[in-house]
Design a protein around this ligand. Structure first.
Ligand code: UDP
Length: 406
């Protein structure tokens, strides 16, 4: 198949760890590679955000990244990109009219807008993955939610208009149902993980002779790292590595990291918290392997790649019982689920896990096994391709005819 992946703000080539570059970038890069390894021809369309970017770049055999001229050629926060989606869609329409793909897969709601603008004219099926839903964001962030107004309404319309919706976690299915998206059009397909890189054996970051906790993620408040910093006060002797944010020398540029440093000072643990900054994929794996426990306690989490990466490395996880974590973690088997925003309970669970090396080892083995069985790209791409095949015009015709006869 000729496959178009649309990922307006999240380039698969981006440097990771900043406020806007995380799971979606990793997912789109992994999906593109895995599809190409099965022999498909993949083009990823993402917004150009620098004058230095060539219009087309070969990312891997069978994968091309195309930089779409829509909006200024400099980084623009994702919440300010909506006005450029018409231009983005117009570009796609011209490209696809000349050389149509077999299927279009839009990642994030704004990519869905651009994809629909283009695909309608050319008559192509659009598969939609939201990665995050505005209704959930609004519930947790309230008036602090920076999303453009109308996002929730547009997500509902996109979900209903798509040939199929891929939800990355079961929790999202109910949320989509509340938006009026038909259950029949939704398939749950999780994000995949690079098991070559994230595995129990491999380079391991040096560490001191004290328990090590680790948090990995974009530096945004809803990731709940301050809950971990507060919990650290009740986990004597342990150190906490906080990974993510700007590159190491530029950490003070991040308001969230400055806030977390202040929390660490306030609760008296500043000497036990190390801010590592944004690092590459290999370093994430070696840091995860070096930790006794990976902690991820966001307020909400559409999927949560980091806990799967930690499990794949054989590192036990303590994670908030929200969103994707409810699918990925088997409570008390590959990790421990805790309520979000509760430093007392978190500290208790971490202490009990640190005191029990046998349980940690058992969680590590079970986690690596689960990541290998359920979250390999091979399995995830197979499930994604079944959705692509189902929406091909001839298949849709048959499904409609069968429905009509029944
Ligand atoms: N990540 C990374 N380097 C960093 C920080 C994060 O490679 O310095 C990666 C992390 O390993 C994971 C992704 O960014 O693959 C974050 O994805 P997740 O689903 O956990 O959170 P999201 O960014 O989607 O909110």
């Amino acid at each position: 198949m000729k496959i178009a992946l649309v990922s307006e703000h999240a380039s698969p080539l981006a440097t990771l760890g900043g406020v806007d570059a995380g799971g979606q970038n990793v997912h789109v890069a992994g999906l593109a590679r895995a599809l190409a390894e099965r022999g498909h021809e993949v083009t990823v369309y993402t917004r150009h955000d620098s004058d230095e970017q060539p219009s087309r770049v070969g990312m891997a055999p069978g994968v091309t990244v195309e930089h779409v001229p829509a909006g200024p050629a400099r980084p623009v926060g994702r919440d300010r990109l909506l006005p450029y989606m018409g231009q983005f869609g117009g570009y796609l329409e011209r490209r696809w009219a000349a050389d149509p793909p077999d299927v279009v897969h839009a990642h994030y709601w704004m990519s869905g807008i651009a994809a629909h603008v283009a695909a309608r004219g050319v008559g192509l099926p659009v598969v939609q993955t939201f990665h995050a839903l505005g209704s959930v964001k609004r519930r947790y962030l309230g008036s602090e939610d920076p999303s453009p107004s109308g996002r929730i309404r547009m997500e509902a319309a996109l979900g209903r208009a798509a040939a199929a919706v891929i939800a990355t976690a079961s929790d999202e299915v109910a949320e989509l149902g509340r938006l009026g998206v038909s259950r029949h059009s939704i398939s749950v397909v999780p994000c995949g993980t690079d098991l070559e890189r994230f595995r129990p054996e491999g380079p391991t970051h040096p560490r001191a002779d004290r328990p090590r906790l680790i948090c990995v993620g974009r530096p945004v408040e809803r990731k709940g790292v301050d809950t971990v910093v507060r919990a650290l006060r009740r986990v004597p002797d342990a150190e906490l590595l906080v990974v993510g944010g700007p590159p190491p020398g530029e950490l003070e540029a991040s308001a969230e990291i400055r806030r977390l440093r202040a929390v660490a000072r306030e609760v008296g643990v500043a000497d036990r918290v190390e801010f590592v900054g944004g690092v590459g994929r290999g370093t994430v794996a070696s840091l995860l392997r070096s930790a006794d426990v990976a902690v991820s306690v966001p307020w909400y989490e559409p999927f949560g790649l980091v806990v799967v990466e930690a499990m794949a490395c054989g590192t036990p996880v303590v994670a908030s019982a929200v969103g994707g974590h409810l699918d990925t973690i088997v409570d008390n088997t590959t990790g421990v689920l805790v309520p979000p925003r509760d430093p007392m309970v978190l500290a208790r669970r971490i202490r009990s896990l640190l005191a029990d090396p046998l349980r940690r080892a058992a969680f590590g083995v079970a986690g690596a096994d689960r990541a290998g069985c359920r979250y390999s790209w091979d399995r995830v791409v197979g499930e994604t391709l079944s959705v692509y095949e189902r929406v091909q015009p001839e298949k849709r015709g048959k499904v409609a005819a069968a429905g009509g006869a029944a």
